[in-house]
Design a binder for this molecule. Structure first.
Ligand code: ADP
Length: 557
């Protein structure tokens, strides 16, 4: 800026100086020339008057000390006298314009440059009475000459002007720039500087507002995205095409067991080395979506990898991790259930078919037939019990045909159940009693009946003669607790966590022997139904058992 101001000031000053000098020199020269012409004219007229008196006698010039060069020229152009040169050597002057004019009209004037053009000679010629021409010449500096004469002074002035221009430029630029440097760019409109800056400051203010708005929008979008990502139950990871992690949400960090903060640009390998996941990531980086199952910390996740495309080029990959543990477990248990059902159905059917075949072929002795028929009958009953339990479980699974919930008075229901079991209990030599307070729960009567039926059935089934089965109803801290307690064979500790699983039996041979006669038979499904019904009623199931001491199963509503 200083340079530009300096250049402008210097240019202006130099132009002004040169123009002024030229004007001054030109004007002075004109005045000077006019004065010289007047002087020449006066001197010529004076000498002519003297020559006229002396009839052009050349002796007149002997005593003359002219201020300028004086020449007397004959009408034919011959030089008769010259104050500065030898007239004999001078050529004819008849062609000189001032001489021709003097011969014609009595006087003449002309100006001629010397060889160097820095000088100019002014001639004035007058015709004498004798017909000769007197010419006076004065050589002076030309305009250029005059200009060249003052050139050193002009140069000194130019240098002075340049130095001054530099100082002024520095000072001016500092003066101009300082307020600009002190501008408050955060609040452009609050500045009170040059009017010329007003449009710029207004535009800056408008751009500031736009930027602020855009930043605000961006921040909000970013915050929204962060909130979505942070609150997503699904894990979300964004990686670039070199597998560097760009973004990872909290759920994904939990799923992949990330502790602390992930280093910027950390590789995906630092959190996951699962081959199937790396394979779908690789495929996604080549533009193909895919998914894989990732078992991790007793849970199962399905990982989806999708390419992020921009202008038809893969820029990165999005990984979405869904917790499919429940569905996966359900599928596994369904598979296991189907396998178990097939197996459980096959066993009684095989023995039914075996006994029937023996009877049919006539191999069996007549007296053995009733025993074989009894076995067929028992296995058929077991089959019926099994099918009933399976149907019951699938009804519970599908939550079909449950009807509406209703208040269920437990005591009347349990008393009625106990009555229906009394003959079986007596048969086994087991005492069965119901005790406790009257309590009502909200639930499905049919299911609750089924639940307690199974518990009482088990208690009688696994209690040897002389034992007791007690059904107790209690109300504690606003909760209803129903316990079916027996003094039976008990369940060993290692089996206790499994007895509520489908088809789980502590001792299969033992169960089979004790089975029959009860609606649930010995299917390994009784407690699974109990657990399911309790879940439907949001009730907690408790089990306390010790081998040879007895078992207590409690349902807390
Ligand atoms: P099951 O039809 O075999 O009785 P359950 O699901 O009702 O099937 O019971 C699972 C297993 O738990 C039984 O096979 C039995 O070994 C054990 N069990 C259940 N109730 C009792 C109990 N009251 N006393 C001892 N063992 C029991």
């Amino acid at each position: 800026m200083t340079k530009r101001i300096f250049r402008n000031i210097l240019l202006t000053a130099v132009l002004a100086l040169l123009l002024t000098s030229a004007l001054l020199v030109g004007t002075l020269y004109n005045v000077y020339e006019a004065r010289i012409s007047a002087e020449l004219r006066t001197e010529a007229e004076y000498i002519v008057r003297a020559l006229d008196m002396m009839q052009d006698d050349l002796a007149y010039f002997a005593d003359l000390t002219p201020a300028n060069r004086v020449t007397l020229i004959a009408p034919d152009g011959r030089v008769l006298y010259d104050s500065d040169a030898d007239e004999a050597r001078m050529d004819s002057h008849d062609q000189r314009p001032e001489v021709q004019s003097a011969l014609t009209i009595g006087k003449g004037e002309s100006t001629r440059y010397s060889d160097t053009i820095s000088e100019v000679t002014i001639y004035y010629a007058c015709r004498t009475a004798e017909g000769n021409v007197l010419r006076i010449a004065s050589t002076r500096s030309s305009v250029l000459g005059m200009f060249l004469n003052v050139a050193p002074q002009i140069i000194v002035m130019l240098l002075t002007v340049a130095a001054l221009s530099l100082l002024i430029a520095r000072y001016s630029s500092r003066q101009i720039v300082q307020p600009i440097n002190e501008l408050n760019l955060d609040e452009p409109l609050e500045n009170d500087v040059y009017d010329e800056l007003a449009p710029l400051l207004t535009r800056m203010d408008r751009q500031h507002s736009q930027i602020r708005q855009q930043m605000h929008d961006l921040a909000r979008a970013h915050a929204d995205l962060n909130a979505i990502m942070a609150n997503m139950r699904e894990g979300l990871i964004l990686i670039d095409k070199e597998s560097r992690i760009i973004s990872i949400n909290g759920s994904a960090q939990t799923i992949f067991g990330v502790k602390g903060i992930i280093a910027p640009d950390a590789d995906l390998l630092t959190i996951c080395r699962d081959a199937s996941v790396l394979e779908i990531v690789k495929a996604a980086q080549q533009g193909e979506s895919g998914d894989a199952v990732l078992p991790r910390d007793s849970r199962t996740y399905r990982i989806f990898a999708s390419p992020v495309l921009r202008e038809e080029k893969v820029r990165g990959v999005v990984l979405l991790a869904l917790d499919i543990s429940a569905r996966y477990a359900a599928e596994a248990s369904r598979r296991e259930f189907t396998a178990n059902v097939s197996h459980e159905l096959k066993t009684p059917l095989t023995s039914i078919s075996g006994y029937a075949e023996i009877i049919e072929s006539g191999i069996a002795r007549q007296e053995d037939v009733p025993a074989f028929a009894g076995k067929i009958h028992a296995e058929a009953k077991r089959l019926v019990a099994l099918v009933n339990d399976i149907l019951e479980l699938s009804r519970l699974d599908e939550k079909q045909g449950l009807g509406a919930k209703a208040p269920v008075a437990l005591m009347p229901m349990l008393n009625a159940l106990a009555d229906s079991f009394q003959s079986l209990a007596q048969e086994k030599g087991v005492a069965l009693l119901v005790e406790g307070c009257d309590a009502t729960v909200e639930g499905y009567p049919v299911l609750l009946r089924e639940l307690f039926h199974n518990l009482i059935d088990n208690a009688i089934k696994y209690t040897p003669a002389g034992g007791t089965v007690a059904v107790q109803v209690a109300q504690r801290e606003g909760r209803v607790c129903c316990t079916v307690k027996d003094t039976g064979i008990g369940i060993p500790a290692e089996h206790q966590p499994h007895v509520f699983e489908r088809f789980y039996r502590v001792d299969k041979s033992h169960s089979r022997q004790t089975g029959g006669g009860s609606p649930a038979g010995s299917t390994g499904l009784g407690l699974a139904i109990v657990k399911h019904v309790a879940e439907v009623h949001q009730a907690q199931v408790g089990l306390m058992s010790a081998p040879d001491e007895g078992t207590a199963v409690s349902i807390t509503f």
